[in-house]
Design a protein around this ligand. Structure first.
Ligand code: BGC
Length: 768
């Protein structure tokens, strides 16, 4: 049934009026200030869900549960499927005319006029590319992450996208895993804070407001624990660890109102996530009261057969529906088998109604029934100056200074006649963008070389040599020219790392050294005897201990995105101090993985006195020589750089930790404060971090857990008191019986600029 002609005219007129009004407002007010038609009240939405579902045929219900991949054209088949109500969502439509045409078919040509969800992976920016999420995590700045995400939402929404498949909030403690690039790193608290920032950036305060889009927290759950860091691999996570480490970011996203979740490809303790009723029913719906919907990952329902969890696609559909997957991404088990499963009584119609209703609820909350169309002219231009400025700030704050011997950084341009810029990532507009940048525009990229040239102008010569074609190249033919350039210059600035394609989905590595001949390049250039500054652009932590002696300064830049170049130049020349902090531990060697700061203590913890290097072991020494403690003979027990670490051009010291009370009752709160001083001679940001240890627990507790952080800015010589509030609820965890508990006892608390801070105080939590 199509709508009557004058309904169409009316709706076109309403749209036009709305567009004109919107356009007028947009010229006169900041975009965020625009409120469109008031959102539908919850009870109205619920009533419409019930009413709609009651009018749907089984085919139309199943249609809402089907997400297809856009085939690249509005083919007759696709048109017919949408008209017949057999598609609820499409993936990867980013042409606004196509989006509007598809919405027109859905809302005006289908019987019930249900609009489409148009989904896209907007992982770190859209046209304007922000640093990879792991780099954004290094900013420890949720407010900045939210701003960048808001801009990405606007850019994506201008093409008709109304659902983003982000944020990815898998805890990852394994840098071999290529998808660590998409994550916020190893820590549940930092990840939770940034998960909320991204959800709020995409969804705003009100899902139906202009330019806000539905977010999708993924991958539920445990994907980051893939064995050996090999993508898609099995995960085994005891329930207690699942609840204390892997689930909190998802809980935070749900509490922040995330509209949707995506399942994981992985097998969790023998029950693949896409068929996991414990995750999707017991935890997500029963415990957390989630009322949005869950989409599978790409083909992950039919892959239940590959896992050996379902006998065939029919069985896979049954298991996924029973577990609580509302929508199937790309594979067709729902389309092909759900009707039969209902007819034969293997799944009830109430189950289908519930799952469909949850999808419709999000479509209604998005305001798509009222306005399914997109007018790109109403949005700010993608890649505009404001978006570039936020991307630059995010890149700047993501830069982590790992080493700075003799204050090799920053460079003083006035004191240099020439600078050698060397390396495969010095001037590569594409590679600095990182993984998952379908919509990124390399033409917008400002490379380090461009930015250095722009900053230096004619004050010094720039001698640029790429030296290696790509980060993987083994051909050392360019080394001679690079060495000559280094010899002819007063300082050497290297841009090394990994190309984009070496991280991301299905791009795991077993060896995470700098690839290709880059280590040899660093060593070769040392012969020039000049200060060497290395910037590493990469999608994961790399094992860089093997170059530390041959570089004076080392900055980890992740894949910094569109504005990486200017951010890097600002740090290189001291316009700004680096202020990023590691969101993930850097191992010395791959064999230490997993290595993370919030580990358990073991019964035989290593200490500096009980650790010995292999070469120092006495020949035929007693087994117990140097103590029997938990370490590697050839790598010790400490990481190369700890979680939370990052140097500055300021010099931050911490002192005078004080607690407002030494005994904390269950209804009290505790203020923890410490004095932070910048005794350096440059103004800089510092990320002050708060850690806690619960000394004795119903289950053993980590040796340190992040509980708060704050970015502050201090002038040279300035001291400031940083304070944090702690409540008993911040000390809660899941105990042996999987209950959330707040357990009385002794706690240590630290404040500092890294997880290895030693500035400590203690308090007692009492049950009164
Ligand atoms: C990834 C998801 C992504 C989806 C759609 C899958 O391969 O695992 O994270 O959202 O593809 O592109």
């Amino acid at each position: 049934m199509t709508r009557r002609g004058n309904d169409l005219v009316d709706s076109a007129r309403a749209r036009l009026t709305h567009h004109l009004l919107w356009g007028f407002l947009f010229m006169n007010a900041p975009f965020a200030a625009l409120a469109q038609q008031p959102p539908l009240a919850d009870d109205v939405i619920e009533a419409r869900v019930v009413e709609l579902v009651s009018r749907m045929t089984i085919e139309e219900k199943i249609g809402q549960m089907v997400q297809t991949h856009y085939p690249g054209e509005v083919s007759g088949d696709l048109r017919g499927a949408i008209e017949a109500g057999r598609v609820g969502s499409l993936l990867n439509v980013v042409d606004v005319d196509v989006a509007n045409e598809l919405q027109r078919i859905a809302t005006e040509e289908s019987r019930l006029g249900i609009p489409l969800l148009l989904a896209r992976d907007v992982i770190h920016g859209f046209r304007t590319v922000l640093p990879i999420p792991l780099g954004q995590a290094a900013t420890w700045n949720p407010e900045l992450v939210e701003r960048g995400t808001r801009n990405a939402a606007l850019e994506a929404a201008s093409t008709g996208v109304n659902w983003v498949l982000a944020p990815m909030i898998d805890i990852s403690r394994d840098p071999r895993w290529g998808r660590i690039a998409e994550s916020f790193g190893e820590d549940p608290y930092l990840t939770s804070r940034l998960a909320v920032a991204m959800v709020e950036g995409f969804q705003g305060d009100e899902l139906s407001a202009p330019g806000t889009i539905a977010a999708c927290a993924k991958h539920f759950a445990g994907y980051g624990a893939s064995e050996a860091g090999r993508d898609y691999n099995t995960t085994n996570i005891p329930e207690n660890e699942l609840r204390n480490v892997y689930l909190p970011p998802f809980k935070a996203a749900v509490d922040a109102g995330v509209a949707t979740l995506m399942t994981s490809f992985s097998d969790l303790d023998g029950v693949p996530a896409s068929g996991n009723r414990f995750l999707m029913q017991s935890v997500l719906r029963d415990e957390w009261d989630f009322d949005g919907f869950v989409v599978s990952d790409w083909d992950s329902i039919d892959q239940l057969t590959d896992h050996g969890f379902a006998a065939d696609f029919r069985d896979a559909a049954l298991k996924a529906v029973t577990a609580g997957v509302n929508m199937e991404m790309v594979s067709r088990t729902y389309a092909d088998h759900l009707a039969e499963l209902v007819e034969q009584g293997e799944t009830g119609m109430e189950r289908i109604d519930q799952l469909v209703g949850e999808i419709l609820r999000i479509k209604l909350r998005l305001g798509l029934f009222e306005n399914p169309y997109t007018e790109p002219g109403e949005f700010p231009e993608p890649g505009n100056d404001d978006h570039l400025a936020v991307a630059r700030e995010a890149a700047l704050q993501s830069l982590v200074l790992l080493q700075n011997e003799d204050n090799a950084l920053p460079l003083d341009v006035g004191a240099l006649d020439s600078i050698a810029v060397i390396g495969p990532l010095s001037d590569d507009p594409y590679e600095q963008l990182g993984t998952w940048i379908f919509d990124g525009d390399p033409e917008l990229s400002r490379t380090p070389l461009q930015a250095i040239r722009a900053f230096v102008g004619d004050r010094a010569d720039i001698n640029y040599v790429r030296a290696l074609e790509t980060s993987r190249s083994r051909d050392t033919g360019g080394f001679g020219e690079a060495l000559a350039a280094a010899r002819a210059s007063d300082a050497v600035v290297l841009f090394l790392g990994e190309e984009s394609i070496l991280s991301g989905e299905a791009h795991s590595r077993a060896d995470i050294d700098l690839p290709g001949a880059q280590v040899e390049l660093v060593r070769a250039l040392r012969a020039a005897g000049k200060p060497v500054i290395a910037f590493i652009l990469a999608g994961r932590p790399l094992t860089v201990e093997n170059i530390l002696e041959d570089v004076d300064a080392l900055v980890f830049a992740w894949h910094p995105g569109t504005m990486g170049g200017p951010a890097i130049a600002d740090v290189l020349f001291g316009v700004e101090s680096p202020s990023g902090k590691l969101p993930v531990t850097f191992p010395r060697v791959v064999g230490q993985i997993p290595i993370y700061y919030a580990h358990k203590n073991t019964g035989k913890p290593a200490t500096p006195d009980t650790y010995v290097q292999m070469d120092d072991l006495p020949v035929r020494g007693a087994q117990a020589a140097f103590g029997m403690t938990s370490h590697h003979l050839d790598a010790g027990y400490t990481p190369l750089f700890p979680f939370g670490f990052g140097l500055s051009y300021g010099r931050f010291t911490y002192s005078d930790i004080e607690l407002s009370r030494s005994t904390l009752g269950m209804s009290d709160s505790l203020t923890v404060q410490a004095v932070v001083t910048n005794s350096g001679d440059m103004e800089a940001d510092e990320v002050v971090q708060l850690y806690v240890r619960d000394l004795v627990g119903d289950v053993t507790r980590p040796v340190k857990e992040l509980k708060g952080f704050r970015r502050i800015r201090l002038q040279p010589g300035e001291s400031r008191t940083a304070s944090f509030e702690l409540h008993p609820a911040n000390l809660a965890f899941y105990g042996q019986d999987m209950k959330w508990m707040i357990e009385p006892g002794e706690f240590h608390v630290w404040v500092g600029g890294s997880s290895d801070t030693e500035l400590r105080a203690s308090f007692t939590l009492v049950d009164e």
